[in-house]
Design a protein around this ligand. Structure first.
Ligand SMILES: [Zn+2]
Ligand SMILES: [Zn+2]
Length: 647
């Protein structure tokens, strides 16, 4: 008998040779129907492999990340089988799972294939799935594997085999299809209940443009038909919410080829939106003890040689700018940190000055390949909501807690309700890879873990994910469409204080190195606006909305009164417009609703006579007749609640 330890710690005994699937069946048939793969002693494998010794076991289902990727990887095999059915003799390259589904790179030889052929492949996959064909694993010698693929004249599999060691090679067969594969796979094709082939694209073999271009077909599968429907709805929503589309519709930003790729132009409404976000953060930062600084857009090459950025990124960056006569070299600023180190060094610092918190909406420029550029999320020039905190080692924890508070305040105000914090620590196996003393690292890591725990964050700890210069904490936010974005980083740095020889005089009258903390709650204004747009679909809270009010006169007779109301409200910093078109009031109301205007003020004879407005609030409905002052008070109150001013 062998002992099987389940994730809840319970131990069960089974005869030697029991498989994970047998264990699942012994628990319940319902469970067994959902088991896609198994994690045995922390290794993901086929659920039907016999276990020969005591083992820990997790049964992997669709709810596990590895369960999903096993299903999707197996689906790539199924797709390959369907492709071979219609296009015999094609050569197959690789077919891995990806974040949302899978793909297979195929050399279609003399066949032509287009988007419209995907449906028949999809149909064939569904048909083959219904046969519940088992994925059969077979260990095979390297020479046998080579002769198999030589016979099939498949240069790609032969090249892959070249890199494999004899004794480690396995084939998997389902139905009429055999593939070179390490696995694991789902038990049989019947687990695949819904299939959608989503896209077709070109891809070079091994990602190298010198190689032949293959055809990459993307797909996604699900264990339930309803899940595919839900997925397709989300994809449709994501398309509608694409920030590039919304940015155009809402008149926020623009790209001009003449200005240059990846260099966004902020239009008046976009600039105003960005300014409101900046002011919101500036206000919170002021409260948090930050000092605003301003630094230039370029810096001498020497600055980045000192910081180490030039050695690391210089070759892949915008190249130095040369002066006409004096042979000086400057770099477009790729990051603000070196400039801020020099601000620290502007005068001698004492422990009494610390912590110092220098904040800047600093615009930086980074070279991205043109193929990598994407709307506002991947650009070549962007503005970071950057700040650097210089503090003593003992202050690190308190500073982390303060930054966490700031980030949580932003998330709460902008309604990012689901997020996780990832703490990245050293790899304990390779302490020599990191700069800074062990003692300081221990302290900083403990400080971050404690700060996150005291703030009640839902955290995952990743060993070996820290940068060489310090541990960090990242926030991963889930948006309204369940997509994950990394927003907000807090990073300890032992490297730059060393390189810039930063010092402060301690209470002991001795010189000490301060610790530097980099932090950017939004990340960059560009990326944050993109994420925010897609999260709220342009339906901004009142304080952020482009137009807070639309004043709707019942007829032309009241246009003048409407204009007066608008002027009066401007005194309260309330922004909006008069819809003075000669249209029916019903139509004006509907359009304002469609445009997501937070407040509609309807004015007619009665309102003009009494100097009032008839108020309708978006999502809330009729608020009755209010004086101008009372309405202004309502707006200010609503904004105070939104901004959690009293929280
Ligand atoms: Zn496989
Ligand atoms: Zn920095």
């Amino acid at each position: 008998m062998i002992k099987i330890i389940l994730p809840d710690g319970s131990v069960r005994e089974y005869p030697k040779g029991t498989s994970a699937m047998d264990v699942a069946l012994s628990i319940s048939e319902g469970l067994a129907r959902n088991v896609l793969a198994a994690k045995v002693n922390n290794v993901v494998q086929d659920a039907n492999i016999p276990m020969e010794a005591d083992s820990t076991l997790s049964l992997l289902t669709w709810n596990d990340k590895e369960g999903k990727s096993t299903m999707w990887h197996s689906s790539a095999h199924l797709m390959a089988e369907a492709i071979e059915f219609y296009y015999p003799g094609v050569k197959l390259a690789i077919g891995p799972p990806v974040a949302n589904g899978f793909y297979y790179d195929v050399d279609f030889m003399d066949y032509t294939i287009s988007e419209k052929d995907l449906e028949k492949i999809e149909q064939k996959m569904k048909e083959l799935a219904k046969t519940k064909a088992e994925f059969v694993r077979q260990e095979i010698s390297k020479s046998d594997a080579i002769s198999y693929f030589k016979e099939r004249q498949d240069p790609y599999k032969l090249e892959l085999l070249d890199g494999l060691e004899d004794g480690t090679i396995t084939f998997y067969t389902q139905g009429n299809f055999t593939d070179l594969c390490r696995g694991p796979h789902i038990p049989h094709t019947g687990f695949i209940k819904a299939v959608k082939l989503t896209a077709i694209a070109g891809a070079y073999w091994r990602g190298d443009e010198k190689n032949k271009q293959l055809t990459r077909i993307y797909g996604i599968t699900f264990p339930k038909a309803s899940e595919l429907t839900e997925y397709l709805e989300k994809v449709e929503l994501a398309k509608q919410r694409d920030h590039r589309k919304l940015g155009k519709e809402l008149d926020l930003f623009h790209f001009s080829q003449r200005v240059g790729q990846g260099l966004p132009l902020w239009l008046p409404k976009g600039a105003a939106l960005r300014e409101r976000l900046e002011n919101f953060l500036k206000k919170a930062q002021k409260k948090g003890g930050y000092d605003q600084v301003i630094t230039p857009h370029i810096g001498s090459k020497e600055l980045y040689v000192t910081s180490g950025h030039y050695a690391k990124y210089g070759a892949d960056s915008f190249q130095p700018i040369l002066t006409p006569d004096e042979g000086e070299e400057f770099l477009l600023k790729p990051m603000n940190c070196p400039h801020h180190c020099e601000i620290y060094k502007a005068r001698p610092r004492s422990y009494k000055d610390l912590p110092l918190r220098f904040a800047e909406f600093g615009t930086v420029y980074r070279y991205e390949q043109s193929g990598e550029l994407h709307g506002l999320t991947r650009v070549r020039g962007f503005t970071q909501d950057d700040a650097h905190i210089f503090c003593t080692q003992d202050q690190v924890k308190e500073e982390f807690k303060k930054v966490i508070d700031l980030v949580l305040y932003i998330f709460k105000t902008l309604k990012f309700e689901t997020f996780k914090a990832q703490i990245s620590l050293r790899d304990p196996e390779t302490p020599e890879k990191y700069i800074g003393s062990n003692e300081n690292w221990d302290k900083a890591e403990a400080a971050i873990i404690e700060a996150a725990a005291e703030k009640g964050l839902d955290t995952v700890v990743e060993l070996g994910e820290a940068a060489f210069y310090g541990p960090k904490l990242d926030f991963m936010v889930q948006d309204a469409l369940d997509r994950n974005w990394q927003l907000g980083t807090i990073q300890v740095d032992y490297n730059l204080p060393e390189r810039f020889e930063l010092e402060y005089t301690g209470s002991d009258n001795q010189k000490h190195r301060p610790v530097m903390i980099h932090r950017a709650p939004f990340g960059s204004m560009e990326r944050f606006v993109a994420v925010l747009l897609e999260h709220c679909a342009g339906d901004f809270p009142l304080w952020l909305a482009t137009d807070q009010i639309a004043i709707l006169p019942i007829s032309e007779n009241y246009n003048e009164y409407a204009e007066n109301v608008l002027e009066l409200l401007k005194n309260y910093d309330i922004r909006g417009f008069v819809d003075d078109r000669n249209e029916k009031i019903g139509k004006k109301i509907r359009e304002s609703e469609l445009n997501k205007i937070p407040f509609m003020l309807i004015v007619g004879e009665k309102e003009a006579e009494n100097q009032t407005v008839s108020v309708r609030q978006r999502m809330e409905g009729d608020k009755g007749s209010l004086s101008i002052e009372a309405f202004a008070a309502l707006v200010m109150e609503t904004i105070e609640v939104e901004l959690n001013v009293n929280a």
